[in-house]
Design a protein around this ligand. Structure first.
Ligand SMILES: CC(C)(COP(=O)(O)OP(=O)(O)OC[C@H]1O[C@@H](n2cnc3c(N)ncnc32)[C@H](O)[C@@H]1OP(=O)(O)O)[C@@H](O)C(=O)NCCC(=O)NCCS
Length: 222
């Protein structure tokens, strides 16, 4: 296949009352990767760190600072709009991010450089987003085998996106997915370049102005 395709009445007590309980039920295999960036600094790509209250204090501070440095509209649209419709506030966005970090079939990964979060990506099951069926058929995949993802990097073109995406691919592979789907603007040369670099394909057939991307996971050939 070409790399670029042209073509209740009685309220019962909740079973789960704290994030810690949910996490214990759906423990995810930890992902943490280290690499050296083009500028010589080390990047750590990992899942968000959680405790019973939600995010650890350090990750809450660092994520808040990341959202401050990246324009909020950009952060909310790139990271959260698929989770909440249109993210209405920072608190709402953060709650969604924590929810994604906990929920089975979802994950949130961040790239940390010099102790600061410089990038974040999420993935989720396709049934909560919508999917390009034609692309799935071409790739001989079914919906349940594919997740949908977003990614946002603050300091670009030094390799953070590649590393973060690598960690996301490892987490999605651990979760049992076979490929990661995304959707981007045809003008987004960075996302299209990143997809192709990772062995993925870009489908310009269904929506030429907003192509879908598909990145295969371990052992899958597109
Ligand atoms: C897409 C994005 C995550 C890439 O992150 P990044 O850290 O800059 O990516 P990297 O430095 O690892 O680059 C990976 C590859 O992408 C391609 N690439 C990245 N930026 C590019 C650019 N401006 N022009 C052309 N190709 C580019 C290159 O192929 C690059 O590989 P190379 O460095 O070996 O040439 C980043 O640009 C971003 O956050 N964009 C805004 C949010 C967004 O568009 N998200 C995707 C839609 S959900």
């Amino acid at each position: 296949m070409d790399r670029i395709l042209m073509h209740s009445s009685r309220r019962s007590r909740p079973l789960i009352s704290r994030p810690g309980q949910l996490r214990a039920m759906h423990a995810k295999r930890p992902v943490e990767r280290r690499a050296i960036l083009k500028d010589g600094r080390e990047v750590i790509s990992r899942q968000l760190r959680l405790n019973d209250a939600g995010l650890t204090d350090q990750d809450a501070r660092s994520l808040g600072e990341f959202l401050d440095r990246t324009p909020f509209l950009c952060a909310s649209s790139a990271m959260c709009s698929h989770l909440v419709g249109a993210a209405k506030s920072r608190d709402w966005a953060l709650r969604d991010i924590v929810g994604s970090a906990i929920a089975p079939g979802h994950d949130v990964l961040v790239a940390e450089v010099d102790g600061k979060i410089e990038g974040m990506c999420t993935y989720m099951p396709v049934d909560e987003f919508g999917v390009n069926e034609a692309l799935l058929m071409k790739a001989r995949l079914v919906q349940a085998e594919v997740c949908v993802s977003t990614i946002l990097v603050a300091t670009r073109r030094i390799g953070i996106g590649t590393e973060l995406k690598g960690a996301q691919m490892q987490s999605a592979d651990n979760a049992g997915y076979k490929a990661i789907m995304g959707k981007t603007a045809a003008s987004n040369v960075a996302m299209i370049g990143l997809t192709l670099k990772l062995g993925g394909i870009v489908d310009t057939e269904v929506e030429p102005a907003n192509p879908y991307t598909l990145v295969p996971l371990q052992g899958v050939e597109l």
